[in-house]
Design a binder for this molecule. Structure first.
Ligand SMILES: NC(=O)c1ccc[n+]([C@@H]2O[C@H](COP(=O)([O-])OP(=O)(O)OC[C@H]3O[C@@H](n4cnc5c(N)ncnc54)[C@H](OP(=O)(O)O)[C@@H]3O)[C@@H](O)[C@H]2O)c1
Length: 233
């Protein structure tokens, strides 16, 4: 794909807008004076009442290709919350729809957790790996969550020549902002050891990434800038 000058961000689509991360991203985007289009499931539209007069809402499942096609039209950036819900390829369907229908030069930023790896060079603690394994097994058993499909979604993004970033969140907590998280290429890097970020700052990093060219085709793993490991680095 021919690269052109970065497209200034004026209008963004948030796919998965009604969740906690999505709502924080809406606020950060509005704070920047951007127009916001939010996609969320019909039953969740009420969660966005506080923003109803300031954003456009496109109700529908985030893996509904027609819904995503309408929502991303004319958007300079798309922020996508990748969640491994359901066992009907929800995450990969969502990612594929965004990859297929976003404007050709739009910045695409996707969220996931540390368990996603692009190059296999991440180093996980045995406790972390055991947690992911157990969660994945239990989730598949009750057929509510499909972690493998979130991996598939990320792999489709990695294979794309779109202008993407996949942001990998550490463990999350609620609370006031501590500032833009720091990031590193690989889980296991000492700066990330504290493994904790405020959810509001995860959202801040996602929104920041839309305008940070250095993050194009990167898979940053993030941690709070005020965490002990970040301060020690
Ligand atoms: N939770 C963590 O500790 C953690 C850690 C690291 C990274 N992350 C990443 O952070 C992102 C947001 O995670 P979060 O835990 O903070 O969640 P969240 O922001 O509350 O978002 C949950 C999302 O999942 C959707 N959802 C819930 N139930 C669903 C269902 N049955 N079918 C389809 N969609 C459903 C929600 O939509 P509705 O509003 O319609 O319900 C919402 O968009 C994800 O990419 C996750 O991988 C999370």
């Amino acid at each position: 794909m021919t690269r052109t000058a970065p497209r200034p961000i004026r209008r963004v689509c948030i796919v998965g807008a009604s969740g906690k991360l999505g709502q924080y991203m809406i606020q950060h985007a509005l704070d920047r004076g951007w127009q916001v289009v939010g996609v969320c499931r019909e039953e969740s539209v009420g969660k966005l009442d506080a923003f109803a007069d300031r954003i456009e809402i496109v109700p529908g499942r985030t893996n509904d290709r027609e819904v995503v096609r309408r929502a991303v039209a004319g958007c300079d950036g798309v922020l996508t919350v990748l969640v491994p819900w359901g066992v009907d390829h929800y995450a990969s369907g969502t990612a594929q729809a965004v990859l297929d229908f976003a404007e050709p030069d739009a910045r695409l930023v996707f969220s996931c957790g540390w368990h996603i790896t692009r190059d296999g060079q991440d180093h996980y603690s045995p406790l972390f790996l055991a947690g992911v394994w157990l969660f994945g097994k239990l989730a598949r058993l009750v057929r509510v969550v499909d972690l493998d499909d979130q991996v598939e979604a990320a792999n489709r993004v990695f294979a794309s020549d779109r202008r993407w970033t996949v942001v990998r969140g550490s463990d999350l907590e609620e609370g006031d902002s501590e500032g833009l998280p720091v990031w590193s290429e690989h889980v296991g890097d000492p700066v990330l050891a504290s493994n904790l970020t405020r959810r509001v700052d995860f959202a801040l990093f996602m929104v920041h990434a839309l305008e940070d060219e250095a993050l194009v085709h990167q898979v940053p793993a993030i941690v709070s800038c005020r965490s002990a490991s970040a301060r020690a680095a």
